[in-house]
Design a protein around this ligand. Structure first.
Ligand SMILES: [Zn+2]
Length: 442
């Protein structure tokens, strides 16, 4: 029997509409009671002083790369390390992408990933399994068996499924298995040698251009194919205005379509590539300030409902080369929360409650983990305690992830998770923070 009292914070639970000061008592991994407006008796094994803080359902990142297994590659990131980094960012649950070697295209491999995640004992890890065998885009996997083995969704992330017939067959299976398909929207025929946003700057820098149509055309194709199936379809990491429109149209037509935005596509433009610094090389690429505005407007209108980091650690040598040959990807999971705050709250796009919804119940609904995205009496005690006003400077050297490829290095930001609680256990607390205390007795 262990108990924990979280005292005096502002409880935000978008799923139930709660936003009020109160206490939460946790017992044996579950939420025993939520008292709004008054204090619970201060008798618990552990007391967390959440005065001035937000207390929210545990944050969920539906798009991370944990890089394990990585046979024959130089990756040093592991499931254990990546899921610890997630905790430090305030995330209690992450969905891991399948571009590993080998990729999770069988029930057995999905089971092995789940087991690794459990053994690590950090943030919960739910694998997203492949849509095609070997992630090769040629023959569909057995989606039902992957979901039965514990996968929380289907994707070939790292690549989109380009072949129409294959995509059609995958969507059919996804609909039947009542799961979701997460598409990496990139038509490969339009992006040979692409390194950055197509346009005058790419020409000037002599770098391969990545046309916006490579993204939008795949979304439009998928939406067309999905008319017959009605599968839950999710477009990953939207980068441009036309894609936001494509998602809006599909949703208006009643399709179960969702989309996500990432910190870098909300805060950085192609201008960052001007000095050939490969830390700004990402897939899909950084676009323009007009695209940032379109993505923000999509979030304000409810077209884009999910926030995801696309955490993509790389060993230094993969980035320490010329821009054209460097690896795509960035790390931001440990600083995503204040980055979202900066882009969306400080800029008046949405409020805290909506931001938390986009990081809890919305991704939870996508991947079928609704019970983890909300606060309910008797429910699993996955919680994040956030100091919304804590100012700090991002330093990748301090990250738990092995990735140092963070484009936000040196930024001073506001807001930070101070304690991350999984199953009633405080698995991470900000070092030097004294708000977590052990009670002296009952
Ligand atoms: Zn991707």
């Amino acid at each position: 029997m262990s108990s924990m009292l979280i005292h005096g914070g502002t409880i935000i639970d978008p799923a139930s509409g709660i936003q009020a000061r109160g206490d939460i008592l946790v017992k044996d991994g579950r939420i025993e009671s939520i008292e709004l407006g008054q204090s619970l008796e201060r008798a618990a094994d552990q007391i967390i002083d959440a005065e001035g803080c937000l207390v929210t359902p545990g944050l969920i990142d539906p798009h991370v790369h944990l890089r394990e297994p990585s046979e024959g590659q130089q990756h040093r990131e592991t499931i254990a390390v990546g899921s610890a980094a997630a905790l430090a960012g305030g995330f209690t649950t992450v969905c891991s992408m399948p571009n590993t070697l080998p990729p999770p295209d069988s029930a057995e491999r999905v089971g092995a990933l789940l087991e690794r995640g459990r053994l690590a004992g950090n943030a919960r890890v739910f694998p997203v399994a492949c849509g095609t065998i070997g992630r090769a885009g040629e023959s569909p996997t057995d989606v039902a068996s992957l979901i039965q083995a514990g996968a929380c969704g289907i994707s070939d992330d790292g690549d989109g499924i380009a072949d129409d017939d294959v995509m059609d067959a995958v969507l059919e299976q996804v609909a039947r298995a009542d799961t979701c398909f997460m598409q990496h929207c990139q038509d490969p025929s339009m992006t040979p040698d692409a390194a950055m946003n197509a346009g005058t700057l790419a020409v000037k820098l002599g770098l391969g251009g990545w046309p916006r149509e490579a993204e939008t055309s795949m979304i439009e194709r998928d939406v067309r194919l999905n008319e017959r199936h009605g599968a839950k379809y999710h477009a990953q990491h939207l980068s441009c205005a036309e894609s936001v429109d494509a998602i809006a149209n599909a949703r208006q037509a009643g399709q179960p379509v969702t989309a996500e935005a990432s910190p870098h596509h909300l805060l950085l433009t192609e201008e960052a590539c001007r000095d050939y610094d490969s830390v700004f090389k990402v897939n899909p690429p950084l676009r323009t300030s007009a695209d940032i505005e379109a993505i923000k407007s999509g979030i304000a209108r409810g077209t884009i409902t999910i926030l995801a980091t696309d955490q993509a650690p790389h060993p230094p040598q993969a980035k320490q080369t010329d821009f054209a040959s460097a690896a795509f990807g960035m790390v931001s999971i440990e600083c995503a929360l204040p980055l979202y705050r900066k882009a969306l709250i400080d800029d008046g796009v949405i409020d805290w409650s909506r931001l938390i919804a986009m990081m809890t119940i919305e991704p939870a609904a996508l991947v079928g983990l609704e019970h983890l995205g909300r606060l309910t009496r008797g429910g699993v005690a996955d919680l994040t305690i956030i100091d919304p006003d804590l100012e700090w400077t991002i330093s990748a050297e301090d990250f738990l992830t092995t990735g140092r490829n963070c484009p936000f290095e040196g930024w001073t930001v506001t807001g930070r998770a101070i304690t991350t609680i999984v199953g009633g256990e405080a698995r991470w607390s900000l070092q030097g923070d004294s708000r977590l205390t052990l009670a002296t007795g009952h």
